[in-house]
Design a binder for this molecule. Structure first.
Ligand code: SAM
Length: 341
C-alpha cells in the first residue's frame, strides 16, 4: 500500500494480485471500445428522459448548465477531497481551505437547478474538507445531520492518529423531503439474550447468523467495509465508495423510480446501487476509463443485483452474512419482533 501525503493509504495495485479469488473488475480493450460509444457528452439542454440511465463523460462545470432542471430527488456528491490524489489520467491538487470552499461553491451552485423541491443532498468529505462542505452547504441548503463512518482500511501514521473516519453531510432543499429510517435498520449481535416469562426471546431472534436484534441507524456507522480485491464490487478506482454505504443513503432518502444523480460518479457506485434498488439515475465523470468501468458494473448488476452487507431488507454488521436457505424463514420474523419495543 502506498502512503499518501495526508497519511491516507491508497488501494493496492490490484493488477499485481493474481489470486483466483481476485474479483477486481477490469476492462478489456474491446469492452473499452464498446462502452465508450454508450457515453454521453452534453452541449445543449437535455430532458430527463435523454439522460436517464446514462453516464455523461465530461467535466461537471461544462455539463451542468445542460442538465435537466427540477427533477433530481437525491443528489449524492462525492467530490475529490482536499488532498493530492490521482484519478486515472488527472490529478486533484490540495489547495487552501478557502480555495477548496470556493471550488465546492461553484460545483454545488451549478447543480441547484437540477433539484426537485423535495430533494435531499448528501456531500462526502474527510475531516479536512468538512469545514468547507459545512460552509457551502449552509449557504444553499438546510443541513440536517452529519454522518461519520468508520473507514476501517488504512495504515497507521507514526506521528498522528490513524485516519479512519469520513463524513457525509445530510442536507435538504426544503422541509419536505423523503426519509425512511425503517428501510435502513441494522443487525446487532445480542450480548444478553433475555427471554420473557414464557421463555420467548425479548426483541431478538435466533437467525442463521446467531442471536441478533435490529436497531435504527444512528449517524455513526461502523459496519462499512472498503471494497478490496476479493469483493465482487471492487474496481481500480482509488476512492471507490462501498455499495453498502450508498445503499443506505438511497434507501433512506428516495423511493423506487425516484431520480438519483451523482456528479462525481467515479467507478459508478451510485449508478449501480440505484439500478439495483430500482431508482432512475444519471451521473457525470470526467475520466473516460472510470465511465466505462461504471457501465461494466451496470451490466454485471443485471446478473447479480445483490448488495454486499444488505439482505432480507436489513443491513448486516461488518463481516456477517444474511442467513440463506432454511434459516431465511426464521429470520423473516425478526422485523416484527424488533418493532414491538
Ligand atoms: C471521490 S471520487 C468519486 C468516487 C465514487 N463515489 C465511486 O464510488 O467510485 C471523485 C471523482 O470525481 C471525478 N472528478 C473530479 N473532478 C471532476 C469534475 N470537475 N467533473 C467531473 N468529474 C470529476 C474524479 O475523476 C473522480 O473519479
Amino acid at each position: 500500500m502506498q502512503p499518501t501525503p495526508a497519511g491516507f493509504t491508497a488501494k493496492p495495485n490490484t493488477r499485481k494480485h493474481f489470486s483466483h479469488r481476485n474479483k477486481t473488475i477490469v476492462l478489456s480493450a474491446e469492452e473499452k471500445g464498446e462502452f465508450r460509444r454508450q457515453l454521453l457528452f452534453l452541449n445543449s439542454p437535455q430532458s430527463l428522459e435523454a439522460v436517464s440511465g446514462s453516464i455523461i463523460n465530461q467535466e461537471l462545470e461544462e455539463a451542468a448548465p445542460f442538465l435537466p432542471s427540477g427533477c433530481v430527488n437525491l443528489l449524492i456528491m462525492d467530490p475529490p477531497y482536499n488532498l493530492n490524489k490521482t484519478y486515472n489520467k488527472s490529478s486533484f491538487r490540495r489547495m487552501s481551505l478557502h480555495d477548496y470552499e470556493m471550488t465546492l461553491e461553484k460545483w454545488l451552485t451549478s447543480l441547484i437547478h437540477t433539484l426537485a423541491p423535495d430533494a435531499t443532498v448528501y456531500i462526502c468529505g474527510d475531516w479536512q474538507s468538512s469545514p468547507a462542505v459545512y460552509n457551502v452547504a449552509s449557504r444553499h441548503l438546510k443541513i440536517r445531520n452529519r454522518i461519520t463512518w468508520e473507514r476501517e482500511k488504512g495504515r497507521g501514521a507514526k506521528n498522528n492518529w490513524k485516519n479512519c473516519s469520513e463524513d457525509i453531510w445530510f442536507c435538504t432543499l426544503s422541509g419536505n423531503h423523503t426519509f425512511h429510517a425503517d428501510r435502513v435498520k441494522l443487525t446487532r449481535k445480542v450480548i444478553a439474550p433475555y427471554r420473557d416469562t414464557s421463555g420467548f426471546p425479548r426483541d431478538w431472534v435466533e437467525s442463521g447468523a446467531g442471536k441478533i436484534r435490529l436497531t435504527y441507524p444512528s449517524n455513526l456507522w461502523s459496519d462499512i467495509s472498503i471494497p478490496f480485491w476479493s469483493m465482487a464490487e471492487n474496481t481500480e478506482h482509488p476512492t471507490q465508495k462501498p455499495e453498502k454505504l450508498i445503499a443506505k443513503l438511497i434507501l433512506a432518502s428516495s423511493n423506487e423510480n425516484d431520480v438519483v444523480f451523482d456528479p462525481f460518479l467515479g467507478s459508478g457506485t451510485t449508478a449501480v446501487v440505484s439500478a439495483k434498488l430500482q431508482r432512475r439515475f444519471f451521473g457525470i465523470e470526467k475520466e473516460r476509463d472510470y465511465c466505462c468501468v461504471a457501465l461494466k458494473r451496470l451490466e454485471l448488476a443485471k446478473k447479480n443485483p445483490t448488495i454486499q452487507g444488505y439482505g432480507k431488507g436489513v443491513f448486516w454488521e461488518r463481516n456477517t452474512l444474511p442467513p440463506s436457505g432454511n434459516n431465511a424463514s426464521t429470520f423473516s420474523t425478526l422485523p416484527l419482533v424488533a418493532e414491538k419495543k
